[in-house]
Design a protein. Structure first.
Length: 353
């Protein structure tokens, strides 16, 4: 058996359930299909409050289900959906909140759960980045109605392609479970329009190998973050994503925010200079969803209305980060950035910007 939830998929699910401390863990072919299925299985309609500062798949899952995303600005310190902006956006058509733990930094889970409860909304977490993250000492995975993890190539736990849906509520088990198997409960009388989102045994085997390394990887990444911040905070015009007291981020990515006037040049010029130094970075998440071609219909609607999202998306750089990076490498990257800043005026004159 190389698919259809055989031995290794079941083992992987069980070990994830134990690690995350949740009642149910359903493996998926990837997180995008997991998000699609969760959204469909929960029977959402109308509008879903969410963030424009996320990976495309969060919003694609809503769009594939004919739901309208309603964007609320992010907290400028944590980069996560800001609970303070939500209530004023709730209408009679709102049925859910979908939030992303950005780069593994846990959302304001309690505030979001409180709002969802008050207005009778479903709460889904895109936990693609957050495997191993902790909110106030508790692992991400059991919050809201359902959380969805990704095991695709840029994440910490990589199974090739893969995902995981986790939750605690028994009443959701049947509909979420059959969703990844075409909506088929076993007798081919499909209960709703499901999907094929089955994890393959090969992927589960890889996941089983890597799962025991996750805590060490996260410890290392948090140490790497401290080293980066220690060096980079000596430079003008750089700030960092805030991880709130008591929370642990998986640090899927380590980001910096450039203040162009203080730093001496804009993000894109710095990225070009770093690339010339053979230091490869990512502009996650730029463009934000409402500025993407695929979502051009939202561009006018939201232009200027999500100031923190737009400023952070425009000025963010994710620096090189892997779980076994040496201090030497970090210092090299810091020195390159310091040197680029030192020569900012000359570089800009030469580039003709
Ligand atoms: C990677 C990612 C996804 C999609 O995960 P896949 O497993 O590649 O489908 C969804 N949301 C976020 C925030 C992601 O970073």
């Amino acid at each position: 058996m190389i698919s259809n939830f055989s031995k290794y998929c079941r083992q992987f699910e069980e070990q994830c359930r134990n690690y995350l401390g949740v009642n149910y863990a359903l493996s998926q072919s990837n997180a995008t299909s997991g998000l699609l299925i969760a959204t469909r299985a929960l029977g959402l309609t109308g509008e879903v409050i969410t963030t424009s500062f996320t990976f495309s798949a969060t919003i694609h899952a809503l769009s594939w289900n004919n739901l309208t995303p309603v964007f609320v600005d992010i907290d400028p310190e944590t980069f996560n959906l800001d609970p303070k902006g939500i209530e004023e956006k709730i209408t009679p058509r709102t049925t859910a909140i979908m939030a992303t733990h950005i780069f593994g930094n846990p959302c304001d889970v309690e505030e979001l759960e409180c709002i969802a409860k008050k207005y009778g909304l479903r709460l889904i977490f895109d936990a693609a980045h957050a495997f191993g993250s902790q909110y106030q000492g508790k692992r991400i995975g059991g919050f809201g109605d359902v959380e969805i993890f990704s095991f695709s190539p840029t994440k910490l736990l990589v199974t090739g392609e893969g995902g995981l849906m986790t939750f605690n509520n028994l009443t959701l088990l049947n509909s979420l479970k059959i969703g990844r198997d075409y909506g088929n409960p076993g007798n081919y009388d499909c209960q709703y329009v499901g999907f094929n989102s089955k994890m393959q045994e090969f992927c589960a085997i890889v996941g089983l190998q890597l799962l025991p390394t996750i805590d060490e990887q996260i410890r290392n990444r948090n140490r790497i973050r401290e080293l980066y911040i220690g060096h980079l905070s000596t430079l003008r015009g750089i700030t960092f994503q805030k991880i709130k007291e008591g929370n642990l981020s998986s640090l899927k990515d380590f980001s910096i925010i450039i203040n162009p006037s203080l730093f001496g040049m804009d993000r894109d010029t710095l990225v070009a200079c770093l690339t010339a130094e053979n230091i490869h970075t990512r502009n996650y998440f730029y463009p934000p969803i409402h500025q993407m071609t695929a979502y051009a219909n939202f561009r006018l609607l939201y232009e200027g209305k999500l100031p923190h999202t737009e400023r952070i998306a425009k000025n963010i750089i994710c620096l090189p980060m892997h779980s076994y990076m040496s201090e030497d490498t970090i210092i090299k990257i810091y020195r390159a950035i310091a040197r680029i800043q030192e020569y900012a005026v000359e570089i800009i004159a030469k580039r003709g910007v």
